[in-house]
Design a protein around this ligand. Structure first.
Ligand code: PMP
Length: 394
């Protein structure tokens, strides 16, 4: 009889107000604005996560990821979760406690991976540069020979520094030392060339909310045959049940078994949206998408230099086209600049992240947001802020 039950917490007042989510120009390092076609896909009626139509959509997503990654890997799927989920999935499944991993740290993402690997009991070795630095193949080979890791981690698009890291040759070097190559392409996929199979990458992951322009919350990932051999011949079970690839490969129909068994309830709307965003990328074509990001980035970089601003990554070939970093101009407080631009222009730019905090500003023009009109709008907002926010010398 519920008439005797007394509730101890009051009805929260927000329930009397409609949801408010303002429009913002998301020109930070992600999430990026989502095009109407993708938003509409996410708003379709929910179907069951185990319905045959859903499996059909998951198969389409798999094909879309294979195209976006340029891979024929069967073990290709989308994680139910953000980029970090894919990061943890890769580490938890590939590495067993006590095994060595080598992590290239030149911004926050290497730091994160080193921490995750340490938490799961791996022996972590690091190669470290200040944000924006990059590693030569010779430096990587030396460290592989020294530490003999089972896995080497590299960030392709270092969004905390604005660097796109060269990948050519690294997969071959890793394989020479019996090591797998794990690459993070969360901030670079679709914006800068990356070819999983040709570049011999063993595990590649990305996020939905950057150049793919889907809402945050799903993360494509793919494993090579070599990676599958390692992760499916483990002595111990991965620490996470949710991220166990034995279960996930069945959920995605990748294990060759006739039946898919319930593992977890995937983010149905998120998968709808991801499917559509992968369709847009395929329709555009990878080469066109890379070319377009480079052209818009070059236009934007020239505009920044014309404003007297200094690009953080000096070498043009190492600049990430999707996320541009600029040195904080002298005589300005970076937090004030960002707040002014948000208040007066409804535009989000961000500051640094992790080791790059206080060093730089980050401006992302990705996928749907990547065009010269948006670049011009970002430049006009910066020009205005530079006029209005100069600190007094007093
Ligand atoms: N790697 C890189 C390069 C990123 O830019 C990000 C997100 N900013 C991540 C990983 C983590 O992704 P998420 O926030 O979706 O977990």
């Amino acid at each position: 009889n519920i008439s005797h039950i007394h509730l101890w917490t009051v009805i929260p007042s927000f329930c009397h107000r409609p949801l408010e989510a303002p429009f913002r120009y998301l020109f930070g390092p992600g999430p990026s604005n989502v095009p109407p076609r993708v938003l509409a896909a996410g708003g379709r009626p929910i179907i069951g996560h185990m319905h045959s139509e859903m499996f059909g959509i998951m198969n389409d997503i798999k094909k879309g990821i294979q195209y976006a990654f340029q891979t024929s890997n069967n073990m290709t799927l989308a994680m139910s979760g953000s980029g970090h989920t894919a990061m943890e999935c890769a580490l938890f499944n590939i590495v067993e406690p006590g095994e060595s991993v080598l992590v290239a740290i030149n911004g926050i993402w290497g730091e994160r991976v080193a921490e995750i690997a340490e938490r799961m009991g791996a022996k972590v070795h690091t190669l470290v540069k200040t944000p924006g630095g990059h590693f030569t193949n010779a430096e990587i080979e030396q460290a592989l020979a020294k530490h003999k890791p089972v896995l080497f981690f590299l960030t392709h698009g270092e969004s905390s520094a604005g660097l796109v890291h060269p990948v050519d040759g690294i997969g071959d070097i890793c394989h020479k030392y019996n090591c797998l190559l794990l690459v993070d392409s969360v901030a670079s996929l679709g914006a800068a060339p990356l070819l999983m199979d040709q570049q011999n990458i063993d595990i590649l992951y990305t996020g939905s909310q950057k150049a793919l322009n889907a809402p945050p919350g799903t993360a494509p990932i793919s494993f090579s045959e070599r990676a599958c051999h390692k992760m499916f011949n483990r002595k111990t079970k991965p620490v996470s049940y949710l991220l166990d690839m034995t279960n996930l490969s069945n959920y995605w129909g990748n294990d060759g078994k006739p039946e898919r068994i319930y593992h977890h309830t995937g983010p149905v709307s998120g998968f709808f949206a991801l499917r559509e965003s992968l369709a847009i990328l395929a329709e555009t074509g990878l080469e066109n998408s890379w070319k377009h990001h480079t052209e818009v980035a070059e236009y934007f970089w020239k505009g920044l230099e014309d404003l007297g601003l200094k690009l953080f990554i000096k070498d043009k070939d190492l600049r990430l086209p999707s996320v541009t970093t600029i040195a904080i101009p002298e005589g300005y407080n970076w937090k004030e600049l960002l707040a002014y631009i948000m208040k007066h222009h409804r535009i989000e730019f961000t500051g640094g992240l992790g080791p790059s905090v206080g060093m730089l500003l980050r401006i992302g023009l990705m996928g749907y947001n990547c065009n010269k009109a948006n670049a011009a709008m970002a430049l006009a907002a910066l020009e205005d802020a530079l006029k209005q926010c100069r600190m007094s010398k007093a």
